[in-house]
Design a protein around this ligand. Structure first.
Ligand code: ADP
Ligand code: MG
Length: 339
């Protein structure tokens, strides 16, 4: 037997073994480069496969830390902190990234009639969601804070790279868009590496990158919003962003009423039309901001506007009845009870 033939046979066996391994055992063919970090007020899980996985992991972690250092409204060094400190006083020089996130946030605010509003901060403060000292504010306090909620008061100057909030007391909070935006930047970075597959989860904002390591579809569990386990599965192919907003991660209960961390900018009170909503999108920032906006607006608006934004939605209304937009019906399995 010629040596070339032997090499061919070995190569053939190798391929066959890999195929069996992948398709019959369903296990990953290689170990991912992985990391779990705490950033943006949540746990971020990264799993990356492919030749450049170590470098891509390092880059992804650095993207998370960089954007966190910009949007962290408790850190005096952050752009958002400085903008808020100087509200009604003077414009503040910020990074291009800050301007980019703010422009996207304002765009979604306009498109959702202000249901998503990046100037929501004063309301988060009076409800205690900023310092975990939860309380139901008086109607007067809510009224006063409502006057400070207005995305139209964000003045961006792209020549000087400055941002200005028109009135004292106004404040920006990017908690409803920053994680999705970060996933967009991670996706762009992964495109520049030799990467086969990746799964990035930032506290319920998920990026599936290319195919999973052991098959052709990703199966993402839909958490049970009222208890443990999962209530369903989303099946997605390739690169997608899946964002969930719900009332079950950050909330408090007072006199039997549940108050969650997503606030309706029109009423000044925590939104309570639905229990949870998951948005499947081709853009991270869009899915993230829309999950928040749809949570405020409720089931009908979400179902009616899904195609307009080119996203799919699946959620549970206030009676825990599931709803799914037509464009992703075939991708969703809902269980009758938690598993
Ligand atoms: P999570 O951050 O838990 O994944 P969301 O993406 O829905 O959930 O974002 C909720 C966060 O968005 C809140 O913690 C707060 O920082 C901010 N937020 C709350 N209400 C609004 C709103 N109406 N518009 C924009 N941002 C909001
Ligand atoms: Mg969101």
């Amino acid at each position: 037997m010629s040596s070339k033939k032997i090499v061919n046979i070995i190569a053939y066996i190798f391929v066959a073994v890999i195929l069996i391994f992948v398709f019959t055992k369903g296990k990953p063919v290689e170990k991912p480069a992985s990391s779990e970090i705490y950033s943006m007020n949540t746990i971020c899980d990264l799993e990356i496969y492919g030749k450049d996985k170590e470098a891509a992991l390092q880059k992804s972690v650095s993207i998370i830390n960089t954007i966190n250092s910009i949007v962290d409204d408790f850190s005096p060094q952050s752009d958002v902190y400085k903008i808020n400190e100087n509200a009604g006083i003077r414009p503040v020089k910020v990074s291009k990234t800050t301007i980019d996130i703010l422009e996207k946030a304002i765009q979604i605010a306009k498109q959702t009639n202000g249901a998503f509003d990046p100037t929501i901060r004063p309301l988060l403060v009076i409800w205690g969601f900023k310092n975990k000292n939860y309380r139901v504010p008086t109607e007067e306090k809510i009224k006063a804070a409502l006057k400070l909620i207005s995305y139209q008061d964000i003045v961006i100057n792209k020549e000087d790279n400055t941002v200005f909030l028109k009135h004292k007391g106004e404040g920006i909070d990017l908690g409803g868009i920053a994680k999705g935006y970060t996933l967009d930047k991670i996706k762009e970075a992964l495109d520049n590496f030799n990467i086969k597959s990746a799964l990035i989860n930032m506290g319920g904002n998920v990026l599936t990158y290319k195919n999973p390591p052991n098959g052709s579809v990703w199966r993402i569990g839909i958490k049970n919003p009222r208890g443990s386990g999962i209530r369903g599965i989303i099946t997605v192919k390739g690169t997608k962003f899946i964002s969930t907003s719900g009332d079950y991660e950050r909330y408090f209960i007072k006199n039997g009423v549940r108050y969650c961390h997503i606030i309706n900018p029109k009423t000044g009170k925590p939104a309570r039309k639905i229990i949870s909503i998951t948005v499947v999108s081709d853009k991270g920032y869009l899915g993230d901001a829309l999950s928040t906006a749809f949570f405020v607006k409720g089931k009908e608006f979400a179902l009616q506007n899904a195609t307009r934004f080119n996203v799919g939605v699946v959620g549970f209304d206030d009676k825990m009845t599931p709803f799914i937009s037509n464009n992703i019906k075939e991708l969703i399995t809902i269980y009758n009870e938690a598993r």
